[in-house]
Design a protein around this ligand. Structure first.
Ligand code: FES
Ligand code: FES
Length: 208
């Protein structure tokens, strides 16, 4: 594994395994600005005359009330207003998959859908995978056991895409799963190891 990027962003006092586990569990990357720009890290842009409207979203099984602008993307709302920082905004134009979440069990690029459009639907982010007692989801556990990611920035997106794909094909071969997550990109580019980790996670899911 290329440790240079990981070692650059790993917080002092946290072991490498602890750091990787935190990424897999909640998508936390402490210094993501080292890897990607985040053009929407600040508050959403406002257009002249646009006003926020209070809506209710179902996110990770909870009803969340939030003020939303008409042009606000789901990625902006989840990260900036609901504090769900696991999804990442990298390209912000539907090309990389770092922002992938599930809407009614289907993977979506959250940077490319408007928050208003998911009212009445079930939104699932990486934070919603682990159990209340912090036991990792089987897919997360498989990825953790295989240590498939390098810096981990893309991991939440890959995990959510995989989870969505496995709902349609629970027992994929390697080629099928590769196709299933082909909408996700990794800058560290060790796709072979990522795929091995995701296949292990799929295996754990089948075993329950
Ligand atoms: S940030 Fe949404 S697809 Fe890249
Ligand atoms: S592991 Fe670094 S971007 Fe994918």
């Amino acid at each position: 594994m290329n440790t240079s990027i990981l070692e650059t962003i790993r917080p002092a006092g946290m072991t490498r395994r602890q750091f990787i586990k935190s990424i897999i569990a909640a998508g936390v990357v402490s210094s993501s600005a080292l890897l990607y720009s985040n053009p929407v890290g600040a508050a959403p842009k406002t257009s002249h005359g646009a006003v926020e409207r209070l809506i209710t979203l179902n996110v990770n099984g909870q009803q969340r009330r939030v003020d939303v602008l008409p042009q606000e993307t789901l990625a902006q709302t989840l990260r900036n207003k609901l504090g769900l920082m696991g999804l990442k905004i990298a390209c912000d134009r539907g090309e990389c998959g770092a922002c992938t979440i599930l809407v009614d069990n289907v993977p979506h690029y959250s940077c490319s859908i408007l928050t208003h459009s998911v009212r009445g639907k079930n939104v699932l982010t990486i934070e919603g995978l682990a159990r209340p007692d912090n036991t990792l989801h089987p897919l997360q556990q498989g990825v953790f056991d295989e240590q498939g990611f390098q810096c981990g920035y893309c991991a939440p997106g890959f995990l959510m895409s995989t989870l969505g794909y496995l709902k349609t094909n629970p027992n994929p071969n390697r080629q099928e799963l590769a196709h299933g997550v082909s909408g996700n990109l990794c800058r560290c580019q060790d796709y072979d190891k990522i795929l091995t980790a995701l296949m292990r996670g799929a295996e754990y899911m089948r075993k329950g």
